[in-house]
Design a protein around this ligand. Structure first.
Ligand SMILES: NC(=O)c1ccc[n+]([C@@H]2O[C@H](COP(=O)([O-])OP(=O)(O)OC[C@H]3O[C@@H](n4cnc5c(N)ncnc54)[C@H](OP(=O)(O)O)[C@@H]3O)[C@@H](O)[C@H]2O)c1
Length: 301
């Protein structure tokens, strides 16, 4: 007996009728029924084709149907929680791993995430990564030189290798824009850690690793039960810098100029860019601030 397939929970990457590939789908909104374990779809549609006719009918087709399950490292943080929320809204199964586990705030999406308390340095990866189709790491932060190398670099290197060992096909890392800084400033533990994590990811996931390099991220950051509205500054600044970009572009060659000129990006755009990378197998590589916004626009609507 066929059951109804919730399309937002799945990505249909291939559809064929006999030897005939149907991609993109030739019908606007077919009704889909999924027979579990056979990867078989029953499609009822009106379809006009010379060899099939032009009436309304049902066809059985073989399809690769992929359901998504992601593990967000740091899912209770500022960026991580936006990613969890956006992924849940798209019907993606979400597990979060962070030392403090489930956040204290509430929200309808919070109850739909599996919150696991654990430290990536000591994680029981077999309990977290089973069945995952992607890992998203938001792990990073500030501190002294050693701490920054450890949390931005080592923590992510360990996570990339754990995901690779457990056969997770995709890894997405939230890194950082380089702000056009001179090399001696890029030698800080924060940036060296980020670049170490990036190179580990891109060497282990050559055709599916994704690095997002945002600048300042704005939104509502929750700290100790309070909400800091970073969007009050970030949103108008983003608009101003976008509007004046053609005038300020000549200044881009000045070292460090991006500290003032790199446009902020909303936390929702970062989250949607992550969702885009999760659902589109063809997305991989390093994404600049502008490319993050473009990727987000593809799934925002
Ligand atoms: N915010 C920005 O403007 C901005 C700009 C550019 C890039 N970024 C990058 O974006 C990422 C996310 O930033 P954010 O502002 O969302 O940071 P955040 O709020 O501090 O989130 C970091 C998350 O990582 C978790 N975490 C830290 N160490 C961990 C460990 N050893 N094991 C497991 N979980 C751990 C934290 O939870 P626990 O403490 O509970 O473990 C938290 O959930 C960072 O890599 C940051 O460098 C941020």
């Amino acid at each position: 007996m066929a059951t109804q397939l919730l399309v937002p929970q799945a990505t249909i990457s291939r559809l064929s009728l006999g030897k005939k590939a149907l991609s993109p789908l030739p019908f606007p909104s077919p009704s889909l029924c999924f027979q579990p374990s056979f990867n078989r779809l029953r499609i009822t549609c009106s379809y006009a084709a010379p060899d099939v006719g032009s009436t309304s009918f049902a066809i059985d087709v073989d399809a690769d149907v992929k359901t998504e399950k992601i593990v967000v490292l740091g899912g209770n943080g500022f960026v991580g929680s936006a990613i969890c929320k956006a992924a849940v809204s798209r019907g993606i199964e979400v597990v979060s791993l962070s030392r403090s586990g489930r956040p204290s705030y509430t929200g309808s999406w919070v109850g739909q995430v599996s919150w696991v308390a654990g430290d990536v340095f000591y994680a029981r990866w077999d309990e977290v990564l089973g069945g995952a189709t992607a890992v998203v790491s938001t792990i990073g932060g500030f501190g002294n030189e050693e701490q920054m190398k450890r949390i931005n670099g080592e923590a992510n290197v360990i996570s990339v290798n754990a995901a690779k060992d457990f056969g997770v096909p995709k890894f997405i890392l939230i890194s950082v824009h380089d702000y056009n800084l001179p090399p001696f400033l890029l030698n800080s533990g924060y940036f060296t850690g980020k670049r170490q994590a990036e190179s580990e990811l891109l060497s282990k996931y050559t055709t599916s690793g994704v690095v997002l390099r945002p600048g300042f991220i704005y939104g509502k950051r929750k700290v100790d039960g309070f909400e800091i509205p970073l969007d009050i500054v970030g949103e108008p600044l983003e608009r101003l810098l976008s509007a004046t970009e053609s005038f300020t572009r000549p200044l881009n060659s000045i070292p460090g100029s991006d500290l003032l000129l790199a446009p902020p990006v909303s936390v929702d755009d970062v989250a949607y860019a992550v969702v885009n990378a999760i659902i589109d197998d063809d997305v991989f590589g390093v994404f600049t601030i502008e490319q993050i916004k473009e990727a987000a626009a593809k799934v925002r609507s």
